[in-house]
Ligand binder design. Structure first.
Ligand code: ASP
Ligand code: MG
Length: 422
């Protein structure tokens, strides 16, 4: 029997009726002949509330204690979900991340999964039981409870799918969420954005990192690395979702499949610093040691000195400033400045590799609506512009329109027909 991993996000288990509905979905998958492993997030906005509570008792809550606290959110939802399944006559057992064998590197607040010891999950499945696993958490080799970073339950689900080799027997991972799939752009910002029936891991990964909040980026990475197909579906109307899978030939027909807006970015610039060998390694090592994820990095020569700048999540700005301040003091060189209120608009598509004119079309689209571009970064399948946050939504709409991604566009229809053929 193929195994599917069904993951329910916070909104899908937000209250008792929704938990019962999630249990129904699980029962349906069982009736359809699948073995099921369930992963759940904390109910509704529980994680936010827990963090707010922590911040009421401490200005900078200790990361270890915060993990202990946040992990309780998922424990509540999985136990309730298991109870609801038992009500339907289905044998189910809830498990914490640690009980499910999820081992992490022990970094509080942003731990990475190092391995999954599948014994317990496999035993439960072989007995016909449904393991209901708390997402977003795991334990380190020292037994410390660690969380995987906000939105981390997706990663738990796909990692379990990979560890159980579900794809080998025709299984996959289902992500039930409050959106019904992956769109050409965030439909709340771009009216006329259309849902993609299928998208490659590579494209989804770019969109996820660029702020398309559909999926946790690391979950997509796991999916790609271990070949776990990921089906994103709406928990209330789950008929047509988006399947994230390996790239297929038809996917290259379009230069751009989607656009995204990443908001709340800050930029750190270090000017007038002597470009000694090893400088970049030293500065970014310091940031990496604090597990700060840097977005785009730029460097330009300034006469005999150099300028290094990078964007990063607004939330990490204060910590980055403090860390680099110390480094510059030690070097006795360089001037640091920080900016806030930036956003990044991006266009993504594997077809970009073989299509010309993508950059010019994007820049003209922004220019035509009077939006200044502060920085440009590109990869093989992505083109990004840093702009003022105030222009973000207008920029996304302009880029979406420029690539003909909207409703009724020929390009999009071609893509859909092609995907439906697959
Ligand atoms: N409950 C966690 C969060 O809100 C994990 C998740 O939802 O995936 O970030
Ligand atoms: Mg979530």
């Amino acid at each position: 029997m193929p195994t599917i991993v069904q993951k329910f996000g916070g909104s899908s288990v937000g209250d008792a009726p929704r938990i019962r509905r999630a249990a129904q979905r699980i029962a349906e998958a069982r009736s359809a002949g699948f073995d099921v492993v369930v992963v759940a997030s904390a109910m509704g906005h529980t994680t936010d509330s827990l963090i707010a509570l922590a911040e009421e008792v401490a200005a900078h809550p200790d990361r270890r204690e915060l993990d202990m606290l946040m992990a309780t959110g998922e424990q509540a939802s999985v136990s309730l979900l298991a109870m609801a399944l038992r009500e339907l006559g289905l044998p189910a057992s809830s498990l914490t991340g640690g009980q499910a064998g999820i081992r992490t590197d022990g970094v509080h607040g942003r731990a990475r999964i190092t391995r999954i010891e599948c014994g317990r999950l496999e035993r439960l499945l072989s007995r016909g039981e449904i393991p209901v696993v708390a997402g977003f958490q795991g334990t380190s080799d020292e037994g410390e409870i660690t969380t995987l970073g906000r939105g981390g339950s997706d990663t738990t689900a796909v990692a379990i799918g990979a560890a159980l080799h579900v794809a080998q027997a025709g299984g996959y991972c289902e992500i039930f969420t409050d959106v019904d799939g992956v769109y050409t752009a965030d439909p709340r910002i771009v009216r006329g954005a259309v849902k993609l029936p299928r998208i490659s891991y590579e494209e989804m990964l770019e969109l996820a990192t660029l702020g398309a909040a559909v999926m946790h980026a690391r979950a997509v990475l796991f999916g790609e690395k271990y070949g776990v197909p990921i089906h994103v579906r709406h928990s209330q109307k789950p008929d047509h979702g988006t399947m994230i899978s390996r790239e297929n030939p038809g996917m290259e027909e379009l230069a751009v499949v989607g656009c995204a807006l990443k908001e709340d970015l800050g930029r750190v610039s270090i000017r007038q610093i002597k470009n000694v060998v090893g400088l970049q390694g030293q500065l970014f090592w310091a940031l990496a040691s604090a597990n700060i994820v840097v977005d785009d990095i730029m460097q330009t020569e300034q006469g005999s000195a150099t300028m290094i700048a990078f964007t990063l999540d607004h939330a990490d700005l204060a910590e980055a400033k403090q860390i680099l301040g110390k480094e510059l003091l030690a070097l006795n060189d360089g001037e640091m400045s920080v900016e806030v209120g930036l956003s990044k608009v991006s266009a993504v598509g594997v077809g970009m590799k073989s299509h010309a004119g993508v950059a010019s079309r994007m820049f003209r689209a922004l220019g035509d609506v009077g939006i200044a571009i502060h920085n440009i970064t590109t990869s093989e399948i992505k083109m990004s512009c840093i702009i003022d946050a105030a222009n973000g939504q207008r920029a996304l709409n302009a880029v979406h329109a420029a690539f003909g991604l909207g409703l009724g566009s020929n390009a999009t229809i071609a893509m859909q027909t092609d995907c439906e053929r697959q």
